[in-house]
Write a protein of this length. Structure first.
Length: 301
């Protein structure tokens, strides 16, 4: 009798969770195919662009010591291998707006942010940066130390462009803002670390989802089995309707009484009222003077 009950319980369990098993099978196949494809494409540590220079730190503003530059180069090398994107830092001490800038450098706009964008994009493109190919996956941090024009611009390209929306760009720039006055090296390191962690976190969303699809059915199965077993341990032979004729109670009076009215009001926050800008990738999308797609944004100090 007990074995028959167990067989019946297993049968009901498989029937109840059949859709989960189908979903898990599809996800397992998709994960295997994705893993094989990524393996065939080569590990992210194997950089495929050979046209860009090896240098990643250009301290034209001379705000870093030699030791700090080496520290940043080492950090960038680690993060590049982890996320498969070029990470470049450029500091400068040049005017980028006003008649002086236009006469000396020929920038196309009188707006500070537009010119910072141009400088960052052009530097990235002219040096053929991109982890996978020239003008490909990567980001460039441009920090200007010119008096009264201090500020930072982040230029995104390729995979980082696709992943970074306005919110992520703003946070990467805020990392610089937080430490730049007291410790420029720490400021740039914080921004580089944030970019790498954000890319890693988003790359891992599929794995997290797959884990959830595995955990949820197991927990649900435990609840189902426990409830099912307890329900089979014994049934009440006497219920509230056992001795009622026909097995159904008769309700002679049915009435709804209105007691009181209470209305509560609560403001529902929407994305338009929240701070930090929009997410979803391709923040600040535009085309550089060289005809390549970039994203990005600026913080002026």
């Amino acid at each position: 009798m007990e074995n028959e009950f167990k067989r019946e319980a297993r049968k009901q369990y498989l029937h109840f969770f059949r859709f989960w098993f189908v979903i898990l099978g599809v996800l397992a196949v998709a994960a295997a195919v994705t893993g094989v494809a990524r393996h065939m494409a080569g590990p992210e540590g194997a950089r495929r662009n050979t046209q860009a220079p090896a240098e990643r730190v250009y301290d034209y503003a001379d705000v870093l010591t030699d030791a700090q530059e080496d520290e940043l180069r080492e950090l960038i090398a680690q993060k590049e291998a982890m996320i498969g994107c070029d990470l470049v830092l450029v500091t400068m001490r040049q005017p980028v707006s006003g008649s002086e800038a236009k006469e000396a450098y020929g920038y196309r706009f009188t707006d500070w942010e537009r010119n910072m964008q141009d400088i960052a994009d052009d530097f990235y493109d002219n040096h053929f940066y991109g982890y996978d190919a020239p003008y490909g996956d990567g980001a460039l941090i441009l920090d200007n130390w010119y008096e009264d024009q201090e500020g930072t611009h982040l230029s995104t390209s390729g995979k980082i462009f696709d992943r970074f929306g306005d919110r992520e760009i703003d946070r990467a720039l805020s990392c610089v803002d937080e430490y730049i006055d007291s410790d420029p090296c720490r400021a740039y390191s914080a921004s580089i670390i944030y970019i790498a962690e954000e890319m890693s976190r988003k790359d891992g969303l599929g794995g997290v989802f797959l884990m959830l699809t595995l955990i949820v059915p197991i927990v649900a199965a435990g609840v189902f089995t426990g409830t099912h077993l307890r329900g089979k341990e014994g049934k009440n032979t006497t219920t509230a309707t056992t001795y009622i004729e026909g097995g159904k109670p008769v309700m002679n009076v049915q009435r709804d009484d209105f007691v009181r009215k209470h209305v509560s009001q609560r403001r529902i926050e929407t994305s338009s009222s929240s701070s930090g800008g929009s997410g979803g990738g391709r923040g600040g999308a535009h085309v550089s003077s060289g005809g390549h797609s970039h994203g990005g944004g600026s913080h002026r100090r």
